[in-house]
Design a protein around this ligand. Structure first.
Ligand code: ADP
Ligand code: MG
Ligand code: MG
Length: 326
């Protein structure tokens, strides 16, 4: 008989949600860890299908079609919480995070794996749609029956679905007796427990070059989300139109390229990062406060970094990046 095994570290990477997701699980037998990853992968495939804003066959696509026709629809317990959470997050962000602007994102051509090139969408159409203010506040939710008083409401969960998914993933890990893990979906990540004796040391993604701007140590339960306004864009006559849209105008945000948030609530951190890109250097302080996030950082298009004192105190910047920290 062999001695009791030291708590090993189990690592596995899977391709889910269109990105590589790395799992590091400590302190349990390999079989338990393997099974947990397989379970979460299955959950993620389910989320990917039903939360998707444009791929046919999922629940959200069907719900969007119903609302566009002025119909109401029964919603599953799998989608309903996101509608309610999205509504709360939109209100907290003062409307800068708005998961009801799927119609605008569609017009811009971001509801496609292949982004359009060349001709830009009709700006009159964009401004007209923005002027109708699609909002989660237009929803009527009676038990599981959802309708909208505004036919321009179209859901797009792209700004916080990863956060909701990773929150559910770590909840599942906990339910399986795992208290020491990190789930990293391309730089957006949730943690549980500590990296052995140490804290989790993670990189803050640089959306400009897929590199890392800075590193930061996370305590168990803290999660890190970076919203990048540079990774997905369409180009027309040399101008890049990025995929984060200011709901007030319907236009892509230009001033800010990334926003990072650390918080114990992954969904909140994800939504806040998106809202902070829209808020930009002028308004990020008040929006962070209103959303209840403290550890935040932005990079504008000139490479200037804006960070809260709490964030600044814990990050170590990559000196090669030539950032100006204000
Ligand atoms: P990343 O793609 O880097 O994860 P986000 O988390 O901000 O960045 O998600 C961007 C996605 O959020 C967009 O592709 C779109 O689906 C959606 N989105 C764009 N603008 C907004 C907005 N103002 N509020 C909510 N969701 C948005
Ligand atoms: Mg994101
Ligand atoms: Mg986000």
């Amino acid at each position: 008989a062999s001695c009791a095994k030291a708590p090993a570290e189990y690592k596995e990477t899977r391709y889910i949600f269109g990105t590589l997701v790395e799992f590091i699980i400590r302190g349990v037998d390999e079989g338990v860890a393997k099974q947990a990853v397989a379970d979460i992968d299955r959950d993620f495939q389910h989320m990917h299908k039903d939360w998707h804003a444009w791929k046919a066959g999922g629940e959200l696509v069907a719900l969007n079609a119903a609302l566009a026709h002025g119909e109401s629809r029964h919603v599953s317990p799998f989608v309903l919480p996101l509608l309610k959470e999205g509504r709360d997050l939109e209100a907290k962000s003062g409307g800068l995070f708005n998961p009801a602007i799927g119609g605008l994102i569609e017009i811009w051509g971001f509801h496609s794996d292949e982004l359009p090139t060349g001709k830009l969408p009709d700006f009159d159409k964009i401004h007209a749609l923005a002027a109708r203010h699609p909002s989660m506040a237009d929803l009527k939710i009676e038990d599981d029956l959802v309708s909208s008083t505004n036919p321009t409401v179209q859901f797009d969960f792209g700004g916080f679905a990863k956060g909701v998914a990773l929150d559910m993933a770590v909840a599942k890990l906990k339910s399986l007796g795992i208290n020491n893990a990190i789930v990293n979906a391309g730089g957006d990540l949730n943690t549980l427990g500590q990296a052995g004796e140490r804290l989790w040391n993670v990189g803050i993604r640089d959306p400009r070059d897929w590199g890392v701007i800075a590193s930061v140590q996370l305590m168990g339960g803290e999660n890190l989300y970076t919203s990048g306004n540079y990774e997905r864009f369409r180009e027309s006559e040399g101008i890049r139109y990025a995929h984060i849209i200011d709901p007030r105008t319907g236009m892509p945000v230009e001033h800010t390229v990334s926003a990072s948030v650390i918080h114990t609530d992954g969904a909140l951190a994800d939504a806040a990062a998106t809202a902070l890109i829209v808020a930009g250097p002028e308004h990020w302080v008040e929006v962070a406060k209103a959303m209840g996030v403290r550890d935040v950082m932005l990079v504008d298009k000139q490479g200037t970094v804006y960070a809260s004192p709490e964030m600044l105190a814990r990050v170590v910047f990559d000196t090669d990046k030539k950032l100006t920290i204000v």
